[in-house]
Design a protein around this ligand. Sequence first.
Ligand code: FE2
Length: 207
Amino acid sequence: MSITLPPLPYAPEALEPHLSRRTLAAHYGHHHAAYVAKTRALIRGTALEFSSLEDVVLSSAQQDKAFFNPSAQAWNHEFYWRSMRPGGGGVARGAIGQLIEESFGGQRAFSQQFVTVAGDQFGSGWAWLVLEDRRLRITATSNAQTPFVTTQVPLLTIDLWEHAYYLDYQHRRLDYIAAFLGHLIDWDSANENLACKLAAAPGLLGH
Ligand code: FE2
């Protein structure tokens, strides 16, 4: 059994005051942990028992929602924690900063589009910054859906399930999105995700 609950990349109070210790304790310790436990229980005794989480998500994406939903949620949550850091947010630097200029026309336009896409997502889901067709795009997915199983390259994500923000922001999802953009996004992580993908597929940007 190779799938385990990865440690949070920071202390549960590290994102305060933007996300509380109470939110992270419940979100990581109950929701994320439950998706991992469910995935482990499902694959036990099957051909997938010793597969990586990525392989379980990919192999179940087309035909098996029972396996896909918890495993994709486990993958999405691990990616979400790494999309944030204490003292994050603000203007993107590095390769991502340059791509934001090229793809959206500037950081302000990027932020406005991110707020619109994440704010308009109906019901539970996720908003993502992805690389697709040599440019950045902002996209949203419902429930457990994830660009990880598509040709899009996920670079960062925000969890839009109510459990991600309701204790701190109640119905004010836009305030949570603003805090994510202004104080939580880990641009270094997004740059690392891009660099990692480009190392494996150098032609993705067409340069
Ligand atoms: Fe969540």
